[in-house]
Design a protein around this ligand. Sequence first.
Ligand SMILES: NC(=O)c1ccc[n+]([C@@H]2O[C@H](COP(=O)([O-])OP(=O)(O)OC[C@H]3O[C@@H](n4cnc5c(N)ncnc54)[C@H](OP(=O)(O)O)[C@@H]3O)[C@@H](O)[C@H]2O)c1
Length: 324
Amino acid sequence: MKALICEAYGPIDSLVLKDIPSPEPGPKQVLIEVKSAAVNFPDALMVQGLYQVKPPLPFAPGAEIAGVVKVVGAEVKHFKAGDKVIALTSTGGFAEFCVADAMRTMPLPEGMDFDTGAALVLTYATSLHGLKDCGNLKAGETLVVLGAAGGVGIAAIEIGKAMGARVIAAASSDDKLTLCKKVGADETVNYATENLKDRINELTGGKGADVVYDPVGGPYTEPAIRALAWRGRLLVVGFAAGDIPKIPLNLALLKERSIVGVYWGDSTRHDPAGHLANLKQLNDWFAAGVIKPVVSQRYPLAEARTAIADIAARKVKGKIVVVP
Ligand SMILES: NC(=O)c1ccc[n+]([C@@H]2O[C@H](COP(=O)([O-])OP(=O)(O)OC[C@H]3O[C@@H](n4cnc5c(N)ncnc54)[C@H](OP(=O)(O)O)[C@@H]3O)[C@@H](O)[C@H]2O)c1
């Protein structure tokens, strides 16, 4: 089968498309024919050796897929060949076939296409976990989403609205902010041309935001904290801008603000029941038309390397998928 292979941690353009033997599922695994594999920012970090998880080399990147079960392991009882599924794979998704743990595989919901299935879980489950479990976001509160036109950003806008918040989307171009409005943002801030802190204060009548969802880091985190209200919460989701900000802690003291880490992957292991409840909530919201991943571009497997380079280069809106 064909797969995009990382042979050594390094630049994205060192990834190679190769013919390799199809993987074989273990007793608790399934073999899936990949129909669509979502591209996520961590894929770009992982192949460069910059992510907190460093898979043994060589490996194919690709953490979430949708496809059709081809073979089930001896101990797998709840899937059969031919089932349409979504799977969280950590790696291996940018390939024609991929093995997944049966415990991290779920049926593709009725009426959902493969691209939407591939693009749904990682970003939406991260944003729901962040806003609900870590941020305790309440109806009527004001939520600011940084990097709002990206994968977890769009999900945070839609979920914030579903939870009853007023949502202010912040991104680096008017084009990206138009998409944020389209998916439900109430207000926008272009942080490339406007002062982030001043604009949030202006939009909140000087009170500040209740929750900031921050997958970007770099120069945006500190002004966003300074624009948090009394007992506001900063959700630390990621550092797409590259730099991990160093924050003066007096900013937490002054308004009893909280700085809260969000690590969805590990949270699913610490709280599997909460994770399942969140997946059910996402499924219900999808069925009701409340959330809908924006898949802005599809790349053939031969161009998967370009897809990863595009997400690293800040070129992507919503989600992109690789279609083997
Ligand atoms: N904590 C968790 O559990 C968890 C789970 C999933 C993802 N993450 C993290 O969340 C972050 C975003 O992931 P994603 O999949 O949403 O990525 P994405 O779709 O690429 O969105 C990231 C956004 O960051 C902004 N950005 C600012 N500076 C950038 C730069 N130098 N390079 C690239 N982007 C830049 C871009 O928006 P503008 O151009 O508008 O600024 C971009 O839309 C990543 O750091 C990822 O590792 C964390």
